[in-house]
Design a protein around this ligand. Structure first.
Ligand code: PMP
Length: 361
């Protein structure tokens, strides 16, 4: 069988070592004669897994002790509601920086709870799509927090700056870039991320929340979205997605074995340089994102001749390069190259792209 490299934007590929380990212990986990999916989330065996996963996650991101880590349900979209419900308090507005599709989606949810101050940060730089720098974001004084998305999965746009807004509570949707590079957690009030890209399987969402922000949820907040309730119950207020939690724990161990987030960052840089390199050195392919805002995780690219798109997708799939079709709102192709994508995968893609150009260009 041809080796398959899966460029899906999410759910995305998982490290093969993790899948092998899960496969080996699937039916007889820890000698219990059952799988991890079939035991109580309150059993000592599962609690140990849960605690170890949290510890490894904290180590990887160097999360300070005054932050809680919550293992939640509902995907990042549940957080689009949980954030205003937990953080607005008596405020009537919050700043929402619009840099792309997912930031906009967060606004659509926030309008149910407040009148968001939407800061349109989309811009063009030399005809290319980009985002204005943070010092030009016009924040409002009465906003309870500022929300933004550092990596726009669909647009292929990243904000590489880290926030520095004084006392302002900063909330960031890190769904598609968490654990791909070091971050200074102390600059944020809340960080959240759906698991299905860089953490583990879908069904789990991680929230990192500064302790002083707990206990401010609006009275009508569903308990399952209330950060204080989740923190007080060690994320077991109800039955958590145990298998996703366990598997994410294996991914964290794998990441530590790779040398941690600093090392994976270098690796990610190398992979994205390789891919942008071939795009930039060709008139056959193009990426229309300003260099300063290029995502290292999601690389959209277009063929100069869009009538070749279908053929490109058919031939790349046959070569074992899967899930390269771009999102419908951007079109063209998109290669998502999260932590689990090996350099060989990106090499195989760039080799294919060069060959396709030779044959069809
Ligand atoms: N935010 C970002 C940046 C995303 O990429 C996604 C999913 N692709 C979401 C939010 C929505 O996540 P979910 O489907 O887990 O609710």
């Amino acid at each position: 069988m041809t080796q398959v490299f899966n460029f899906s934007s999410g759910p995305a590929m998982l490290p093969v070592e993790v899948l092998r380990r899960a496969e080996q212990e699937l039916r007889n986990w820890q000698g219990l004669g059952t799988s991890v999916m079939e035991i109580s989330h309150r059993s000592k065996e599962f609690i140990q897994v849960a605690e170890e996963a949290e510890k490894d996650f904290r180590d990887l991101l160097k999360i300070p002790s005054n932050y809680k880590v919550l293992f939640c349900h509902g995907g990042a979209r549940a957080q689009f509601a949980a954030v205003p419900l937990n953080l607005l308090g008596l405020a009537k507005t919050a700043d929402y920086v619009d840099g792309g599709y997912w930031a906009q989606s967060a606004v659509k949810e926030a309008v149910k709870y407040c009148a968001p101050n939407v800061i349109d940060a989309k811009t063009t730089i030399d005809g290319l799509r980009g985002v204005t720098s943070m010092n030009r974001w016009q924040l409002s004084d009465d906003a309870a927090y500022v929300h933004y998305c550092p990596n726009e999965t669909i647009d292929g746009i990243a904000i590489h700056e880290e926030p520095d807004f004084g006392e302002k509570v900063v909330v960031a949707d890190f769904s598609s870039s968490i654990l791909s590079h070091p971050i200074d957690v102390e600059r944020y009030g809340v960080i959240y991320a759906g698991a299905q890209k860089n953490i583990g399987p879908a069904g789990l969402t991680l929230v990192i929340v500064r302790e002083d922000l707990l206990g401010k949820a609006r009275q009508e907040t569903p308990s399952i979205l209330d950060y204080r309730v989740l923190a007080e119950n060690d994320s077991m207020f109800n039955t958590p997605p145990t298998f996703a939690w366990y598997l994410s724990g294996l991914v964290f161990k794998w990441l530590k074995e790779q040398g941690g987030v600093g090392e994976i960052d270098k690796h990610n840089q190398q992979k994205s340089d390789l891919l942008y390199g071939i795009i930039d050195n060709s008139d056959f392919y193009r990426n229309d994102v300003a260099v300063a805002n290029r995502s290292r995780m999601n690389v959209p690219f277009q063929l100069a001749d869009a009538s070749l798109d279908k053929l490109f997708l058919e031939e790349s799939f046959a070569a074992g390069l899967h899930a390269l079709k771009g999102h419908r709102v951007v079109g063209g192709m998109r290669a998502s190259i999260y932590n689990a994508m090996p350099l060989e995968g990106v090499q195989a893609l760039t080799d294919f792209m060069a060959d396709f150009e030779r044959r069809r260009g």
